[in-house]
Ligand binder design. Structure first.
Ligand code: AMP
Length: 608
C-alpha cells in the first residue's frame, strides 16, 4: 500500500507555490498559464471572490476590496498590527481577538483568506496530478510564534488540507539544497523577497536543524527597489512632460510594473530602456538605465539588509567565518549586487543554483516526501536537542519538555510543596538527560512567593514554552493567588556540539545508577513525609487507641527511620508498607473521630 501523496506549500506574503516529489526530484506545479506562482491576493468582485493572478489586477482598480499580504496578519490581534495599518488600504475589524478583513458585506479572518489561496494551490495540484490532495506540509518564517503557526494550520484545515507539519522556511530552503545530508554545519539563509527580508542562522547536527538566530526587516524588499525606480520615472515625466501621474491610478500602476520589469532585466543585462505610454496624448516616455545606475540607487537598501545579518550572527555567537553554507531565497537575491554583498559578508559563494522563488516550496516537498516515507533516512527537524525541566524536592530532575521535541513546543506541569508553611518555591531550570539535578546543566533559577500553607496544598503550575528560535520561557504560577513569575533563557547558549553529545552519552552511561539514585531519593522523601504525618497522628489520636497499637506503631516508625538512613529504596518501601499496616487502627480511629465530630454521621470501620 502506498501512502496518500503529501504536497509541500510555500504560503508566501506576495506569492505562493505548491510542489511535490516527482521520482526523487522536487518539482513546483505550474498553473494554466505556465506561471508557477499564485499571487497571494484575494479580491471581492461583483461575481464573488477571486484568487491569484486575476485578483492581482484588482489591486489598483478596487484596492479597498482586495487583500494582499494577508500573511502579515496571521495569528494577530488588531492591537498587534497597529503599526502595519498605515501600509494597507483595508478595512479591518476584530471579533473575539481575531482580525477580520471587511470585503463588501462580509468579514473574513486571515486564516479564511489564506485558505482561499491554499484551495487554489490544492486545486492546481489536483489538476496536475490527477488525484485528490488532502495532506500538506506548509512553511512559515522561522520567527513565527505559536499562534501564527496555529493560524497557518487553521488555514490548511479550512482549505480541506491536513497540515502534517509546519516547517521553517530557512529549514525548507536548506532541505531543497540537500544540506541535511551533511552531518553538521552552520547555515545562513538570506531571504530577500518582494516585501520582507529575513536572515536565519541554522545549526545542522545529524540531520536536525536548530534555529540559532533570526533577524530581518518586515518592510524591506524588492517593492522598495521598484519604488525608487518608479519615483525616478515619475520625477522625469514631470520635468520632461509637465505631467503628474499621481492623478492617474492606472498609469501609476503601469509605472510601478515597468520599474519592476526594468529592475529584473538589469539583473541579466548591463543596459536597458524603459518605456511608458503617457495619458492625455502626451506620447511616450523612454529612459535608458544601466546596471551601475540602478546599483547606486539601490545600494542603500541592500546595505540595510547587512546590519540584521551581523546582528543575527552576534546572537548566534558566531563570526562570519564560522558559517559553512549560505543559501539565497527570494526573487530579489537574483540581483548581482545582492549576491556580491552577501558573498563579501560571509566570505563564501552562496547557493543560488535553484530558483530562489521556488526553493522554499521545493524544500517543503522534500519534507513532505520524508513524512510519507519516500526518503528512507530518518530525519528530525527543528527539535530541542536536550530535555528541559526543573529541579524538584530532593534534587531530582523533573523533565517538562523532553529532548527531540519539535519546536516551538509548550508543556505544563503542576507542582506542590513538601514542607509545611513554605513561603516560597525555588524554580531551578535544568537542561539534560540525567536523573539528578546536580548532573544536569543549570540554566536559571528564580523564586516564586507563596502564602504559608500545609505541605502539598499549594498548586504551582509551571509552563515551559520554547519558541521557534529555541528561546525558552518559564512561567510559574500559584493557582491559588494568581501570582506568577517568569524568566526567559536561551538553552543553546554557550553549549558546544560536543557538550550536547557528551550530555546525551552520559545519560546512557549512567542511566542505571541514575535511576537507582533517584529511586532512593524519592523513597527517602516519601518516608520522611510518612514519618512526620504518623508522628502527628500519634499526638492527635494516641488516646483513641489501645496501648499495644501505639507500641507496634512506634516500632514500625523506628524501623522506617533506620531504613531511611540506609541506601536501599526497596527496604524503605517495605518498611513504609509495614508502618501503614501497623498504623491502621490509628488512622481509622482518627478518621472516625473527625467524622463523629464534624458530621455526626456514619462511622467507617475500615479504610482502604
Ligand atoms: P518573492 O517574494 O520571493 O517572490 O520575490 C519577489 C521579488 O523578487 C519581487 O520584488 C521581484 O521584483 C523580485 N525579482 C524577481 N526576479 C528578479 C530579478 N531577476 N532581479 C531582481 N529582482 C527580481
Amino acid at each position: 500500500m502506498t501512502m496518500a501523496r503529501i504536497v509541500g506549500i510555500d504560503l508566501g506574503t506576495t506569492n505562493s507555490l505548491v510542489a511535490y516529489m516527482d521520482k526523487g526530484t522536487p518539482r513546483v506545479i505550474a498553473g494554466r498559464n505556465e506561471r508557477n506562482m499564485v499571487p497571494s491576493v484575494v479580491a471581492m468582485t461583483d461575481n464573488g471572490l477571486i484568487v491569484g493572478d486575476p485578483a492581482k489586477e484588482h489591486l489598483t482598480r478596487n484596492p479597498a476590496r482586495t487583500v494582499y499580504s494577508v500573511k502579515r496578519f496571521m495569528g494577530k490581534s488588531l492591537e498587534d498590527v497597529q503599526g502595519e495599518l498605515t501600509y494597507f488600504p483595508y478595512t479591518l475589524t476584530e471579533q473575539g481577538g481575531v482580525i477580520r478583513f471587511k470585503l463588501g458585506e462580509k468579514t473574513y479572518s486571515p486564516p479564511q483568506i489564506s485558505a482561499m489561496i491554499l484551495k487554489e494551490l490544492k486545486h492546481r495540484a489536483e489538476t496536475h496530478l490527477g488525484e485528490s490532495i488532502t495532506k500538506a506540509v506548509i512553511t512559515v518564517p522561522a520567527y513565527f510564534n505559536d499562534s501564527q503557526r496555529q493560524a497557518t494550520k487553521d488555514a490548511g484545515m479550512i482549505a480541506g488540507l491536513e497540515v502534517l507539519r509546519i516547517i521553517n522556511e530557512p529549514t525548507a530552503a536548506s532541505l531543497a539544497y540537500g544540506l541535511q545530508q551533511k552531518t553538521q554545519g552552520t547555515i545562513a539563509v538570506y531571504d530577500l523577497g518582494g516585501g520582507t527580508f529575513d536572515i536565519s542562522i541554522l545549526k545542522l547536527k545529524n540531520g536536525i536543524f536548530e534555529v540559532l538566530a533570526t533577524n530581518g526587516d518586515t518592510h524591506l524588499g524588492g517593492d522598495d527597489f521598484d519604488r525608487l525606480i518608479a519615483d525616478l520615472f515619475l520625477e522625469e515625466i514631470r520635468e520632461r512632460h509637465g505631467l503628474d501621474l499621481h492623478a492617474y491610478p492606472d498609469h501609476m500602476q503601469a509605472v510601478r510594473l515597468e520599474a519592476e520589469r526594468t529592475k529584473i532585466r538589469l539583473s541579466d543585462v548591463l543596459k536597458t530602456t524603459a518605456t511608458l505610454d503617457l495619458p492625455d496624448g502626451k506620447g511616450r516616455f523612454t529612459r535608458e538605465l544601466t546596471r551601475d545606475q540602478i546599483e547606486s540607487m539601490t545600494m542603500g537598501l541592500i546595505e540595510r539588509t547587512l546590519a540584521p545579518c551581523r546582528k543575527a550572527l552576534k546572537d548566534a555567537e558566531l563570526t562570519p567565518d564560522r558559517i559553512d553554507e549560505v543559501v539565497l531565497v527570494g526573487g530579489s537575491t537574483r540581483m548581482p549586487l545582492v549576491r556580491q554583498r552577501v558573498q563579501e559578508l560571509f566570505g563564501k559563494i552562496p547557493h543560488c543554483e535553484l530558483n530562489p522563488d521556488e526553493v522554499v516550496a521545493l524544500g517543503a516537498a522534500v519534507q513532505a516526501d520524508i513524512l510519507s516515507g519516500g526518503t528512507t533516512d530518518m530525519l528530525l527537524l527543528d527539535v530541542t536537542p536536550l530535555s528541559l525541566g526543573i529541579e524538584t524536592m530532593g534534587g531530582v530532575m523533573s523533565s517538562v519538555i523532553r529532548r527531540n521535541t519539535t519546536i516551538p513546543a509548550g508543556a505544563k506541569e503542576m507542582f506542590t510543596t513538601y514542607v509545611d508553611g513554605q513561603t516560597g518555591v525555588d524554580i531551578h531550570i535544568l537542561q539534560g538527560e540525567r536523573e539528578l539535578a546536580k548532573d544536569n546543566r543549570s540554566l536559571a533559577r528564580f523564586r516564586l512567593k507563596v502564602p504559608p500553607l500545609p505541605a502539598g496544598v499549594p498548586r504551582i503550575e509551571v509552563t515551559f514554552l520554547i519558541d521557534a528560535n529555541g528561546i525558552l520561557n518559564v512561567l510559574a504560577k500559584d493557582m491559588r493567588t494568581g501570582q506568577s513569575q517568569s524568566i526567559e533563557v536561551k538553552p543553546s547558549y554557550g553549549l558546544s556540539d560536543s557538550e550536547v553529545e557528551q550530555m546525551i552519552e552520559d545519560s546512557f552511561k549512567f542511566a542505571a545508577d541514575d535511576v537507582s539514585a533517584r529511586k532512593l531519593i524519592e523513597a527517602r522523601l516519601d518516608a520522611g513525609a510518612m514519618i512526620t504525618t504518623t508522628e502527628k497522628s500519634l499526638l492527635d489520636g494516641g488516646h483513641l487507641i489501645a496501648s499495644d497499637n501505639i507500641a507496634t506503631t512506634r516500632t514500625a516508625l523506628a524501623a522506617l527511620a533506620t531504613a531511611k538512613d540506609g541506601t536501599d529504596p526497596r527496604a524503605i518501601r517495605a518498611r513504609m508498607a509495614d508502618l501503614e499496616q501497623a498504623a491502621k487502627p490509628l488512622t481509622v480511629a482518627l478518621l472516625n473521630d473527625s467524622l463523629t465530630k464534624g458530621l455526626q454521621g456514619k462511622k467507617v470501620s475500615e479504610v482502604t
